[in-house]
Design a protein around this ligand. Structure first.
Ligand SMILES: *Cc1c(COP(=O)(O)O)cnc(C)c1O
Length: 426
């Protein structure tokens, strides 16, 4: 029997071509003559202006664009807050304070930056487990809203209010009885250190009332880094329904309902940008319902990385180019000490590459597979694992995209004693 007459077997069938998943296109920064344009300036000139590598650069125009996109999508009445832990650089907070409706802080240190930036204290809220008495005292003095996460905070707030002669403004952060499905980080549902379990909300509300604290509303935050619009819509619906139920136990009308956020950005191969359309439509529906069910409440969405993440790059210079047993290593002057998250060590279960390019040769025809490693004496210091990149030389600028959130401030800059990075807003 000739080969042609045989029934196809697994080995004779054409092999399915396995296309490696690609990163979502990073089109937010134009490329002109091979140079990435950041803040309207070629990257090598930005580097010259900064005067050192490594650095983070955040693009003002892109930050403005992102806020404008959200404002065009959200119902007019829904307030947009910036959760500044995503990027607490004072200049960024200053810019954002002028663009959004409020700032969410997670410590007295962040509160100080927000106040310095000129944010209106009436539109600042403070959430976080383990708020110290002094932080609660500072918050009352500043006149900001405190999202209470424990019964213990109540007497401290009442004491601060009495000592200062200033009313304490409080909302209750609720640990919901559901999760935000498909989140990179779950922050609600099941046992959690965040917020107060739904089951004990009536008791905490009664205690707030007994202590004479001015209750303003509820805060629900189910999770972070979500790219599924349907999951976000479902969590918003459930959060709203839960708040309506809980409002029956409150002694005063709900004036403020923070529905959380969790909007994600694409970091890894195969991830697609979040589709804002359905989320906008969902919030319009919820806003309409709120008009009758919680008529005095302002709805709030709080976003961190979605607002700032895509507007920033981390830039580090190639100090060595080595080949080890056939594999190319670009050794740079910064790595996990400045950008823990891009190294895969900030809560990721499986390490994957962030989108990376060579920012001063971004359109080079000559490419190669190379790994980018930082200068730290640990194999964890890896910014790109065998990626297809423009062929780089010593002195070139490696760019890590999607670096505007959870970068400098969430990295162990003292680890191994290398210089700190610089941050610029351009
Ligand atoms: C961290 C945090 C945020 C911001 O999360 P992103 O994923 O950056 O949008 C918002 N709200 C609360 C309560 C948080 O703890």
């Amino acid at each position: 029997m000739s080969a042609e007459n045989q029934a196809p077997t697994e080995s004779t069938l054409p092999r399915p071509v396995r296309v490696a998943p690609a990163h979502a296109p990073m089109s937010q920064f134009a490329i002109v003559n091979g140079q990435l344009m950041v803040g309207g300036m070629p990257l090598d000139r930005v580097a010259a202006r900064v005067g050192q590598t490594p650095f983070y650069a955040y693009d003002r125009g892109l930050l403005r664009q992102k806020v404008a996109l959200l404002k065009a999508t959200l119902p007019r009445q829904v307030k947009l807050h910036y959760a500044m832990k995503a990027n607490p650089m004072p200049a960024v907070v200053g810019l954002m304070a002028g663009l959004v409706d409020g700032i969410d802080v997670a410590s007295a240190g962040e509160l100080q930056v927000a106040l310095d930036a000129g944010a209106d204290p009436a539109e600042i809220s403070f959430a976080g487990p383990g708020k110290r008495d002094i932080e609660l005292h500072q918050s009352v003095a500043a006149g900001v809203l405190v999202n209470v996460e424990s019964l213990r905070e109540l007497p401290a707030l009442a004491a601060a209010s009495q000592a200062l002669g200033v009313p304490a403004r409080v909302a209750l952060r609720v640990n919901p009885d559901f999760e935000l499905k498909g989140s990179g980080m779950k922050m609600g549902g099941g046992p959690k250190q965040f917020g107060v379990d739904v089951e004990v909300v009536p008791q905490v509300l009664a205690e707030m009332h007994r202590l004479g604290l001015a209750f303003e509303g509820f805060h629900l935050f189910a999770g972070s880094q979500n790219l599924r619009a349907d999951s976000i819509c479902e969590a918003q619906q459930k959060s709203f329904a839960l708040a309506v139920r809980l409002a029956q136990h409150a002694h005063t009308p709900v004036k403020f309902l923070n529905l959380g956020g969790g909007f994600g950005i694409p970091y890894f191969p195969g991830e697609l940008p979040l589709d804002l359309g359905p989320i906008g439509a969902n919030l319009h529906a919820i806003q309409a319902q709120a008009q009758t069910e919680l008529p005095q409440a302002s709805l709030v969405i709080e976003l961190g990385r979605y607002l700032v993440g895509e507007a920033g790059v981390y830039v580090t210079r190639v100090v060595d180019r080595k080949v080890s047993r056939g594999q190319v290593y670009l050794v740079t002057d910064g790595g996990l000490n400045h950008h823990l998250s891009a190294s895969g060590n900030f809560g990721q279960v499986v390490r994957k590459n962030y989108p990376v390019t060579i920012g001063n040769r971004a359109s080079a025809a000559e490419r190669e597979v190379a790994s980018v490693v930082g200068p730290l004496c640990t194999p964890l210091d890896l910014l790109a694992d065998r990626m297809d990149l423009p062929r780089a030389q010593i002195g070139d600028l490696v760019v890590v995209y999607q670096s505007g959130a959870y970068g400098a401030s969430s990295s162990p800059q003292a680890f191994l004693g290398h210089p700190r990075c610089v941050e610029v807003l351009v």
